[in-house]
Design a binder for this molecule. Sequence first.
Ligand code: 2P0
Length: 350
Amino acid sequence: MVYEATATAPVNIAVIKYWGKRDTKLILPTNSSLSVTLDQDHLRSTTTSRADASFEAGDRLWLNGKEESIKEGGRLWTCIKELRGWRAAEEAKDAAKPKISTFPLRIASYNNFPTAAGLASSASGLAALVASLAQLYELPQNASDLSRIARQGSGSACRSLFGGYVAWQEGVQADGSDSLAVEVAPREHWPDLHAVICVVSDAKKGTSSTAGMQQTVQTSPLLQARLKVVPQRMADISKAILDKDFDEFAKITIADSNQFHAVCLDTQPPIFYLNDVSRGVIALVEELNRAHVEATGHLLAAYTFDAGPNAVIYAPEANIPTVVAAVNKYFPQAEAFPDPFKVGTAAALP
Ligand code: 2P0
């Protein structure tokens, strides 16, 4: 009998950014965040997990073919331990269930896009790991329950267990029991929103998110101001999504990206994720918006940048050709992904 399961998980791109932890071990954030899940055709992680009594003792994991160590007490170890514990609890309740929680694991994960290129590979990777183990162990827990585990692998991973529009609620409990992802709206609710990713650089980033955000928590006075405005933004952008109000969605998305990068600059030593090309993309979208508001009364597109220089531009499908033509005209060397992304589906769960 072979116990094996394969699951995929999508990339998510935050429009309200997660940046800062109040608990670095449990990965509890200083603010709630909200993301859009991208479709899985171009950007996804795929993870296969196998449990077998005949494996040599100890769990092992490979990422894109390279073995990663599973350090005791580390993030991967914690995720595996929690899910194995849930399986063991099911086995204790039902004597007929094979005791696969006692078997060593072999886990292989692949991304179909460059790791650490500012495209949130840790989010889809950890979400796919959790989804694959949840399938292997046939766990009864729902996506929000599983998001609490994925969160402990990488904060943003908790949002990749859902498709569509997803909020990570910061929660108030010290044990993290209410710090989890919930669906704001399924992709079918607002499929008109599309995303264009402009790959400004696929180099590995200089400051990791994990290190950078704690530097911000420790040194940035501006972060305190940001934490006061995020709750209203979460409420407003959730309403904009439910109302399919692109103007409001775009206004908040742009404001939150710029505030996140302002907080990075306010960090000591300062963190620069944007480069001159990123700033050029900002100027271009601002100008396109100015002209579009003048002509139609509506915004054309919204830009957002994560912990790297690559631009993600959200727009209604009808506006995408204008966005792509403008990017190609002014940034002929920037490599835009060939097709715009649709809002995507959730990770595959049992
Ligand atoms: C986000 N980012 O909300 C924000 C915006 C980057 C900029 O989540 O330490 O890799 O593993 O919890 O999840 C990056 O943070 O950090 C991130 P850890 P993670 O998408």
